[in-house]
Design a protein around this ligand. Sequence first.
Ligand code: BES
Ligand code: MN
Ligand code: ZN
Length: 488
Amino acid sequence: MDILFKKTGVSDNEALIVGIYDNLTFSKTAKKIDTENKGALTEALRHTSFTGKKDDVCRLFLQNRELLCIGLGAKERADALTAERAGARAVNALADEKGSVAFAADDLPPAAVGFGAKIASYRFTKYKTEREADFALKEFYVLTEKAQAAQNAYEPYFCVAKGIHTARDMVNEPANVMTPAAAAARAVELEKYGLKTEVYDEAMLKAKGFNLMTGVAQGSNNPPKLIVVQWRGNPDTEETHAVLVGKGVCFDSGGLSLKPAQGMEDMKFDLSGAAAVLGTLQALAMRKAKVNVAGVMAMVENIPSKTAQRPGDIVKSLKGLTVEVVNTDAEGRLVLADALTYAQERFKAPVVIDLATLTGAILVALGREFAGLFSNDPALSADIKAAADATGEKLWPMPTDESFDKQIVSYIADIQNTSTEGRMGGSCTAAAFLKRFIDDGVKWAHLDIAGAAWNNKSSLFGPKGGSGYGVRLLDRYIRDYVENKTDG
Ligand code: BES
Ligand code: MN
Ligand code: ZN
């Protein structure tokens, strides 16, 4: 579905979308329609439960025109996120409409309306062989006085939407398709936007000592790949301003510590961290962000077999610390540990942010919408939280503490990959494990996105499947706190 901006002109068969605030406070266009029709809109709405509160929708016909009213809530609180939600809600209501629809933006920022509509129109239909799976709506017009300015403002939003779509596609592809090699191919495809990609194969990883990563991968016939993607948008400096590291477990069966069958099909989503990293780099490249950012994606498959890693195995990490693998299902922290070590050594960036569908415990703690945010730096944590709030991607700060550090000491190796105290605080002990691999002086944040990365049913901004969580907030964090700091 295409987003287009124009000044006026709704064709007769086009549905018109108007916003209405709390207590039936009409936007300009809604008021105009009401006046032209001698109060018929007010009258029609009076017979429904629609009041204009946030998330209200009412579809009606007025003089042969289809009209969709979207509740915007309190007028004084309407912002860019209100506009995004309204655009998305319109698409959800009108997805089956053939042809085009037009949204009268009035006081809402038009580019944000378009962005919400764009990401809500995402569908993953390549495996549906029947035609009706297609998305009918082809053009979404946003009506605004300043159409050209809106089009310009939409440009960076469009880039972020493309990044989100890339991340969702990677997550939605089944694990028989989205292998580590296939993920690498996706990354290489994005070189057309100016990204620089390197792919390290199993032989290289073994030679360099990525033993935690190759250990997790050793049960699978699909060999691991370490993918390094760079966007160098600021040629004035050699510095890499931030590194993003993603957990890329293409399928997490648990390994020999096998997961139960129930819900295991969703474990193709376990590469969501890596997918968000790639989507973010795509967005940065497409919008030509004046910043140097690297992405490190650690791709493996966690499968039981006669060559699989065993519980109790002791493995020497790239950093040199020895790890007792108590549970082969706590594989994400193993893979990330080597990727984090490499990311710091190679890029020497002041900021390292990792994203990972790391623990089921984060779902218990925060539910399906919030990511957990762990960090060793309060300022970085505050910046990331602010970027999250600005984009509507929810996250909540979680603790790092000595008490968790103590729980990962092994009786036989330096550390172990589960807690000696069992499942309590599982997300915090996982973060404590990662923290052991962070060098002094590096500002680090870890986002546990095991809840937020997957929509278990269709939501406002997209269908069941990968949510693309992380792309919006990382792009925003880089725009507001990295890019603008390094300017000039
Ligand atoms: N990828 C999973 C985390 C996960 C579990 C996400 C359930 C979504 C739903 C991760 O690799 C994992 O299996 N973690 C274990 C760790 C445990 C063995 C210490 C978990 O959370 O159960
Ligand atoms: Mn696991
Ligand atoms: Zn996992």
